[in-house]
Design a binder for this molecule. Structure first.
Ligand code: GLU
Length: 280
């Protein structure tokens, strides 16, 4: 049993992160397995060393010790993501998208009916129609572009896919609800979906644990596993921790950061009780 906690070092950890880390750690501990850490730092403009240091101190304080070093770091793995993109591209499953956010919004606003997916309106497919020649010319000119998945073709190749969530049961993957998702961004040669899928496979993660807000994303991850011939783990999408107003905690909820709680004299046992976790 290998599990992981995969924070983005873009802020201080709060109670919600503590809960996520505990779920992963306990799942590994129950089966005498391994708990790993991974830095999800593909967004290099927002990630900072000080938040990595703070995360390590918080996990240490909570007693959630991870295996390693080394700690997997996504920003060191761009060549691996690139190879996966090459493989998808060679099967004509990707196309370059030159649209700006504003162009996409305009296109959607002008459409008679704009289909929506779990993340909002779907990409209207503007660049899907470009000829290989035109796309090649625009790339050669240096026009910024993302890479999108040809969702229809990908679903056809993969066929019907299933996955299993410990809390939400058996699921049939519905990646088509997301339309042509971006797998490599204009500014980053990967995306959350691609990086997380490849990394979980490379780390041998048997149980992917994370908040239920990411449950829809798993439909895409399951499809990518099929396309890239990766092993299929199980998932546990757990509840989210909310503040007093019932709103999901965010990095800006300063009062709930583990650092503040620790400095205020809160004990680890009190935190476990607050998260309704059983006594250690
Ligand atoms: N890096 C993500 C986060 O901080 C976690 C993603 C995942 O567990 O798949 O929310």
């Amino acid at each position: 049993m290998i599990t992981r906690f995969a924070p983005s070092p873009t802020g201080l950890l709060h109670l919600g992160h503590a809960y996520a880390a505990w779920i992963a750690w306990e799942a590994a501990r129950r089966e005498g397995g391994t708990f790993l850490l991974r830095w999800e730092d593909i967004d290099q403009t927002r990630c900072r060393q000080e938040f990595e240091t703070a995360t390590l101190a918080d996990l240490d304080w909570l007693g959630l010790h991870h295996a390693g070093p080394p700690i997997m770091r996504q920003s060191e793995r761009f060549p691996i993501y690139r190879a996966a993109l090459d493989s998808l591209r060679s099967r004509d499953l990707l196309y370059p998208c030159f649209c700006t956010r504003r162009e996409i919004q305009r296109e959607i606003a002008n459409a008679d009916a704009a289909p929506h997916g779990p993340d909002g309106p779907l990409y209207p497919g503007t660049c899907r129609q470009l000829s290989a020649e035109e796309a090649g010319d625009r790339i050669a000119e240096g026009q910024p572009h993302a890479w999108r998945l040809r969702m229809d073709a990908a679903c056809q190749i993969a066929g019907s896919l299933q996955w299993r969530d410990l809390e939400h049961g058996a699921q049939t993957a519905q990646p088509e609800l997301f339309g042509d998702v971006v797998l490599a961004r204009k500014d980053t040669p990967t995306s959350y979906h691609l990086a997380v899928t490849i990394d979980d496979a490379d780390q041998g993660i048997a149980l992917v644990t994370r908040g239920v807000d990411l449950l829809p994303a798993t439909h895409i991850h399951r499809l990518l596993q099929a396309l890239l011939d990766l092993p299929v783990p199980r998932w546990h999408h757990h509840r989210l921790i909310c503040n007093a107003k019932g709103v999901r905690l965010a990095k800006r909820d300063a009062a709930m950061t583990l650092r503040t709680l620790r400095e205020n004299g809160t004990t680890v046992e009190e935190i476990r009780a607050r998260l309704a976790l059983p006594k250690n």
